[in-house]
Design a protein around this ligand. Structure first.
Ligand code: ZN
Length: 336
C-alpha cells in the first residue's frame, strides 16, 4: 500500500506550510481553521469551554468551540473519524464517516462556486500568512512545495490506473494533473501572490480531492488547464518537467499554414475577445488589424503572442525564436 505521506492530502500540504510559520497549530482542527477558515469547521459563537465538537447533519459542517484560544477537538468519535478522512490520516472502514466526509467536500466545493467571496477570503488569509515571511523563507517554502509537487507527480506517474482508483478518496487524472500543474505554475515566480495561490490550490486539492475539480473548472481564468501544455497523452511529470526545464525541450510544429507570418497562432481581439483569424480580409502580415466587431486596433506582433490567459496577464510572451525554429523544421519536413 502506498504511504499517505506521498499523496495529495491536506495534512501533507499543511505540514510543509506550518513548518515555516511561527505558530504551530495544536491539533488537526486548529490547522484546518488556520489555513482554510469557514470551510469544514464553524466555530460556535460566544462559547468558551471544553465542549466537544459535533457534526451537524443539517448544515454538513463540524461545529466546534474555542478553549483557551484553540479549538477543543476531542470528545466526539464521529468528528474524529470525519476529520481523519478529510485530513488524510484515517484509513478506517467506517462507511458512514467516509460518506459524511464526502458530503462535506461536496458542500464546500458548491459554496466555493456559489460564493466567490469565500474564495477571496481564503486567498487573502493565506496571502497574509505568506506575506509575513521573510523573502528568503518564502523562497524556501516555494522550493519545498515545488519538490512536493514533483514528488507527487512522480508517484502518480508510476501508479497503474487500478492503483489510482484504489486510493482513499480517489482522484481523476484530470483533476490531479490540473491541481499539481497549476500549483507548480504559480510557484514558478516565487511571488507572494503566486505562493499563496499555489498553497490554496494544493490545500483545496488535498482536502476536497476529486471535488476540487468542480472548483478549478469554474475559476479557469486564474488557472492554466494542464491540457494546454503540450502533448495530451503526456504524464503530469512530463508536463512539470516541460514547465520547469523548458530549455531542454524543442518546440515542434505540425500545421501546414506556412504561408502565414505566424503559423498556428489564433488572434483574439484585445477589446472584445472576437476571433480575428476568420474576420473578412484578415491577414497576419499586417502590423495592426482593426476588429470588425468592435473597431479596436489590435497589434499583430510576436510579442503579443501568449500561451494562455495567465501568461498574458504576466506579460510573458512566447519564445518566438524557438517557435520560428520549429516552423523552419516543419517547412523542411513538408518539402521532404
Ligand atoms: Zn473587437
Amino acid at each position: 500500500m502506498q504511504e499517505t505521506g506521498r499523496q495529495l492530502r491536506f495534512s501533507n500540504v499543511a505540514a510543509i506550510c506550518d513548518s515555516y510559520m511561527p505558530l504551530i497549530a495544536k491539533n488537526h482542527m486548529d490547522t484546518l481553521v488556520s489555513w482554510l477558515p469557514g470551510t469544514v469547521i464553524h466555530i460556535r459563537e460566544q462559547e468558551e469551554g471544553k465542549r466537544p465538537p459535533k457534526f451537524s447533519y443539517e448544515k454538513c459542517v463540524i461545529e466546534a468551540s474555542l478553549y483557551r484560544g484553540n479549538i477543543y477537538a476531542t470528545g466526539d468519535a464521529t468528528v474524529t473519524q470525519i476529520m481523519g478522512r478529510l485530513y488524510g490520516s484515517a484509513r478506517g472502514n467506517e462507511e458512514k464517516e467516509r460518506k459524511n466526509a464526502e458530503l462535506i467536500r461536496k458542500r464546500i466545493s458548491r459554496e466555493l462556486i456559489e460564493d466567490r467571496d469565500l474564495l477571496t477570503r481564503l486567498i487573502d488569509s493565506i496571502k497574509n500568512k505568506v506575506a509575513s515571511l521573510e523573502e528568503n523563507v518564502r523562497y524556501d517554502l516555494c522550493l519545498d512545495l515545488l519538490e512536493f509537487s514533483f514528488e507527487l507527480a512522480e508517484v502518480r506517474t508510476g501508479m497503474s490506473p487500478l492503483e489510482r482508483d484504489a486510493e482513499a478518496a480517489a482522484m481523476d487524472d484530470e483533476v490531479f494533473d490540473g491541481i499539481i500543474y497549476n500549483a507548480a505554475y504559480q510557484l514558478n515566480d516565487f511571488s507572494v501572490d503566486g505562493t499563496a495561490r499555489a498553497i490554496l490550490w494544493l490545500m483545496l486539492g488535498g482536502l476536497l480531492r476529486n471535488e476540487a475539480g468542480r472548483v478549478y473548472r469554474v475559476f479557469n481564468s486564474a488557472f492554466v488547464p494542464a491540457f494546454r501544455q503540450g502533448d495530451l497523452a503526456a504524464s503530469i511529470l512530463d508536463k512539470l518537467e516541460a514547465l520547469y526545464f523548458n530549455e531542454d525541450y524543442e518546440d515542434t510544429y505540425s500545421g501546414d499554414d506556412l504561408d502565414k507570418r505566424f503559423p498556428g497562432i489564433e488572434w483574439m481581439c484585445d477589446s472584445c475577445g472576437a476571433y480575428l483569424n476568420v474576420q473578412d480580409g484578415f491577414d497576419d502580415h499586417l502590423p495592426v488589424w482593426q476588429c470588425r466587431k468592435c473597431g479596436y486596433l489590435n497589434r499583430i506582433l510576436a510579442e503579443d503572442i501568449f500561451m494562455n490567459e495567465e501568461e498574458r496577464e504576466r506579460n510573458h510572451s512566447v519564445n518566438w525564436e524557438k517557435m520560428k525554429d520549429a516552423i523552419e523544421r516543419r517547412k523542411k519536413e513538408l518539402k521532404g
